[in-house]
Structures are given as structure tokens and as C-alpha cells.
Design a protein around this ligand. Sequence first.
Ligand code: PMP
Length: 296
Amino acid sequence: YYTNDSIIYHNGAFLHPETASANLYSQTLHYGNGVFEGIRSYKTKFGAKIFKAAGHYERLKYGAQVMGIPCNYTVEELVNITYQLLEKNNLEDAYIRPILTTGANMSLLTSDESILTIQCWEWGKYMGDKLLRVKTSRFERPNPKSCFVEAKITGHYTNSILSTNEAKSAGYDEALLLDMNGNVAECSGANVFMEKDGKLYTPKRGHIMPGITRTTIIEICKEEGFSVEEKDFTLAELKQADSAFFTGTAAEVVGLQSLDDYKFPLSWEASLGYKLMQLYKQEVLCERNSKLSEAI
Ligand code: PMP
């Protein structure tokens, strides 16, 4: 993730990752009380463009707020620092990872100190380009009655790690997780859409991470006149779909080949997901004439 020339932003300064230090008494390390983001910038005809930077930093600030973690930066300052960081690393196509870690505090009350670190590196499409073979996980997504599921909190990701390990060790590419009610929720690090009879469906908010890519896809569908509905559905309904795909900043748009022993019958190239994969790429590269929001 870094080379001898890499620069990170850490606690108010730009420096080489190996000269930065982390506190071994941090609540983030011991209890998973930290908040982070996953953002991408793209090399466009206008130079490096961070896709929906404000939306991502709004989500970071929301997570900090619900966990009581101080975040003494405005969204504008965060965006500004990130562009400076890209420039210092000579990067245009990059994955950007901001993280707010909490200070030394072994109690279970949020520390009143936090440190912002932002790292960036070149990263290809996270789940690759080939169609995914997905396994339904035995783990459920975190329950909205136990935590703030819409916040990107470090500790929540043990659930994503468990389900990914489970899927990979059974020979699959990725995991699909259900919610506490048995409805389809999402992948370990991406949202899910299904296509049935020319219409798209994605689980509504409540039990999922509200992906910025998910909102982008919904907005592109509305602009392009594709039918899309936010609606809960069961695993049985997903296993009758014509096609399905995952969306996320790191994964972008990636098609599913199969789910457990169900093979999606529509060819990927003939699906709405395939068209949306191309439209999404055009959008992030500033090649579409569109008016999308920064909404989460
Ligand atoms: N679900 C989960 C669990 C995730 O970790 C992510 C990645 N942040 C997503 C969905 C997709 O979110 P986004 O489109 O904002 O990257």
C-alpha cells in the first residue's frame, strides 16, 4: 500500500507512513471505536477528481458524531487536505482511506481525543472484473438495534471479515449477508441489486450500509429511465432473479455469476447491470452529462 515515496496525512502533518506512530492504548485498537471511509479519485480530463468527496466525508462525520468521536474538520477542509495529499503522492487514480482513531483510553467511554490519518494508494477494482461466485453467509449483518449500521465504524468490520473468510474458505469469491429478519442485506463490503423482468431492486435502508455507489446507481437509473425500486426481498426471491450485481466504491459495479447453487440466467452483457457498470465508469470519469447529488 505504500512505497518509499508515499506520503500520508497524519495528525495535522504530511509525512512518510513509517515516521508516523499509532498509540497502543487507543480505543480503536482495543475496542474497534474508530470511523473510516473508502473513497476513490479518478484521472479525468479535468485532472484528478475525487468522486462524491463531500458525500463520503459527510458519512465520516456522521459516524464520528454517533460514536462521540471528535472530528475537528469541516467537510471542505477534509476535501482540501485530500486533494493536497493526492498531489503530494503524484496520484490521480487512487483509493483514499481516511480514518479517525481515538486516543488513549481503556474505559468504554469514548475518548475526547481523536487523530485523523488519510492514506492513499493505487488500487484496481477490488473484486476484480470477472463475474462473482457468491455464497450466502451464516453470519447476519449487524442489527440496527445493537449499533448504528449506517456508520462506517471499524469494529463493525469484524462481521465483514468473518463472512469473507467463510466464503473464501468454501471456495467462493464473496459473501452475501442477510439481515436479522431474513431479508437480503448486502455483501461484506458492497451493496446488492437484482434484475427481474427488466426492473431493478435493491434492499431499502435500515439494515445496510447506505452505499454512495448504491445512491449513484439509483440516480443514474432515474436519469436513464431504468426502473429501480428500493424494496426488501428474500433470498428465495433473489434466487429467481434474472441477474444481480454488487456496487461499492472499491468494487465499483461487478456482476454475479451465481449465488450458492443458483446460476443467474441472463447473460451479464445483456443485463441492466452491465449497462450501469459502463455508465458508472463514465460518471466517475466526468464523461456523462449528469446532475447527481452528494447524498448518501
Ligand atoms: N456495504 C458495506 C458493508 C460496505 O463496507 C461498503 C463500502 N463502504 C458498501 C456497502 C458500499 O458503500 P460505498 O458505495 O459508499 O462504497
